[in-house]
Design a binder for this molecule. Structure first.
Ligand code: ATP
Ligand code: MG
Length: 418
């Protein structure tokens, strides 16, 4: 038997209802806040991710599914959606009519990480991006919207961790101080960090290796190096969040060590997930649109880990697909004809009806109706055809009533709707 790929998974009926519920709730919320859906390909030129995510990141260094296609192109299955959305924004000159565009997308991402609970090689994200707005209000509104999403879904144990990463004005001063600090703890850093530290020292602060985390525990905090503009920006974000009553925690250690991340950065963490506690992450990337060939455009976005959100919600919420309102138990060809026409009519009328297509005993058919949780069963056997009356049984009350075969579908429709 051929099994699926390690780190990949099927989302089966019975599980998928929760995914659908989250997706409907999110789409509804994002739409209310003025975000329009964009669908981008799951594959792009490798260069797009290398340039946007950054060569020195874990994702680009060791997690991407990259291959050479038959025409010799270097292609990559997307590890995240921001790069593709930025590419689309630039490629379709969306900035030409109005630089402000608010977009979201939902879909699979691919990273070749070590599979474990909350960490998969194909996983899903709800991704939201806002282009063309420099004002800190959009930062606060996004975090507020994210908080609302969790609230509407009934997830209470979440906290927004926020920090500011500064800008090309103030970051160099911090970089200087960090480099000096790192020089003193070199002996305690992992080989990846040693290699990265000169080119992209912020990445060291984001390393997951416990020894590295210990080594940088006393590293300088970027928040202490912000220029006045970045300080003001961050102040408006935190003051707005306080006014909006969004619980947040000022996390000086939080970095998203990508070159193009600027200013506000945030992560939503939950205590309900164990080790993989980040259920969403995001931040500003005011330099990326320009770096990828577009006009200078401020931007901010976030991605929710869909799989992790499902795991959190599954702890408290079960959603099941609706059961059929009617099961038609039919015995014999003539009865099946009547059952079929009836089922088609009721289906067109928007009622969920199941019938027996094969040749099963009445007992077997009743068993299946029970298993499907049908509210009613209509029995159509030879004797019913002979007397011109079908029997409808209410499965909850066991009450039975007769329905003349003449005008059966319409009569059932009226009854089942009522
Ligand atoms: P982590 O620190 O958990 O590796 P990350 O910083 O790599 O997360 P982001 O790139 O910020 O993650 O992606 C946003 C969200 O996507 C994460 O907060 C997480 O919920 C989810 N996510 C990331 N990688 C995976 C994965 N391999 N499997 C499942 N969900 C993931
Ligand atoms: Mg990761």
């Amino acid at each position: 038997m051929i099994q699926l790929i390690r780190g990949f998974k099927d989302i089966l009926p019975g599980e998928v209802e929760l995914w659908q519920h989250i997706e409907r709730t999110a789409v509804d919320l994002f739409t209310t806040f003025g975000y329009g859906e964009i669908r981008v390909p799951i594959m792009e030129k490798t260069e797009l991710f290398a340039r946007s995510i950054g060569e020195d990141t874990d994702i680009v260094e060791k997690e991407m599914y990259t291959f050479t296609d038959r025409g010799g192109d270097q292609l990559t299955l997307r590890p995240e959606a921001t790069a593709s959305i930025v590419r689309a924004y630039i490629q379709h000159k969306k900035y030409a009519d109005d630089p402000v565009h608010k977009l979201f997308t939902i879909g699979p991402m691919f990273r070749r990480e070590r599979p474990q609970k909350g960490r998969y090689r194909q996983f899903y994200q709800l991704d939201v991006e806002a282009f063309g707005i420099a004002a800190p209000y959009i930062d606060a509104q996004m975090i507020h919207m994210l908080h609302l999403l969790f609230e509407r879904l009934g997830v209470s144990q979440t906290e927004a961790h926020i920090n500011s990463l500064g800008c090309p004005e103030c970051r160099p001063h911090f970089r200087e101080a960090l480099l000096q600090f790192l020089a003193g703890v070199e002996g305690r850093l992992c080989s990846d960090c040693l290699r990265r530290k000169d080119r992209n020292p912020l990445r060291v602060l984001d390393c997951k290796v416990p020894d590295c985390r210990d080594a940088v525990a006393d590293a300088p905090a970027i928040i202490d190096y912000l220029c006045t503009d970045c300080q003001d920006h961050f102040k408006t974000v935190t003051q707005s969040l306080t006014r909006l009553k969004v619980p947040f925690f000022l996390d000086k250690r939080l970095v998203r060590g990508l070159d193009y991340y600027t200013r506000t950065t945030f992560e939503i963490q939950t205590t309900l997930l164990g080790a993989q506690s980040a259920v969403a992450g995001g931040g500003r990337y005011d330099g990326l649109v320009e770096a990828l060939g577009g006009p200078p455009t401020p931007a901010i976005g976030f991605a929710v880990g869909f799989d992790r959100l499902v795991e959190v919600l599954a702890q408290s919420l079960t959603i099941t697909a609706p059961s059929p309102v009617l099961y038609i138990a039919a015995l014999g060809e003539e009865a099946k004809n009547v059952a079929f026409d009836c089922a088609i009519h009721l289906g067109q009328a928007g009622l969920r009806v199941e019938m027996e297509y094969g040749d099963k005993s009445l007992k077997a058919q009743m068993k299946r109706a029970n298993r499907l949780g049908a509210a009613h069963v209509l029995i159509l056997g030879e004797s019913e055809l002979a007397t011109g009356n079908a029997v409808l049984r209410n499965m909850a009350t066991k009450a039975q009533s007769d329905f003349p075969l003449d005008g059966l579908a319409n009569a059932l429709e009226t009854m089942l709707r009522g």
